[in-house]
Design a protein around this ligand. Sequence first.
Ligand code: FE
Length: 291
Amino acid sequence: MKEVRKVRLTLKSRPTLEGAGVHLKRAFGYDDPWLDPFLLLDDFHSNNPDHYMAGFPWHPHRGIETITYMLHGKVEHGDSMGNGGVIESGDVQWMTAGNGIIHSEMPKHNENDTLLWGFQLWANLPSSHKMMDPRYRGITKDQIPEVELNGGDVKIKIICGEVQGIKGPVQDIVTEPKYLDVTIKPNSEFRHSIPRGHNAFAYVVGGKGYFDDEKKQLISNENLVIYREGDEILISTAEEKVRFLLVSGKPIREPVAWRGPIVMNTEEELRIAFEEYRNGTFLKHGKEIYT
Ligand code: FE
């Protein structure tokens, strides 16, 4: 008998100011044993360009992966590896900072359509991989498979992980993450296995749903659902549909030393990272380009 994971906790995302003055909502942004290996989830969702045009100018990352998923609008990016381009609606950027990357992430203005909506997830790297060479994967909307379950009651975009034998485009990540964008029609349900020992959370993007089999409470937009241990999750709907991000991964369970965009294991490693950034020896690959 498979054990359905219960909801441990739900948290409403909170208004936060980030980057050069971007108004966003933070679902979480701290080192939590029940969210490990994930460190942060930001939801930027605004119709007001004043809330996002300042963007995230050139800044470093080390020791983590940043995963950007756009639902609407465009973000232009460039990095010290020489990658550059525009992340558009439905695209994903999976960036493994490893031993160091310097990049910029700047929303593009469109006066006919000012809505910008997307997510940035930070995944930690274990000590064995913190100083790996940086790796960049730009994934376009059409490279993300969409599967339907229960005769079309459930639709899933697979960014990372596997559903019904279909794999998402992002593979070979050390923490074995899953990242799914799931929509469930009204009066339907969705079951999905998550390996025991992995941590899992859902973040509601729209509508309302029950996030376990106790069905105590319908959980709505901009709420984070953190799961307990178990074999599978069971999410169901009442009269309304629900859309959510479902994310899971293998916890790292190592000390976390975190300052701004850099996450290492020790204070000494942090000190070295910031010193290298100041004196121009931060990058082990690529070069600083500020355009
Ligand atoms: Fe960044």
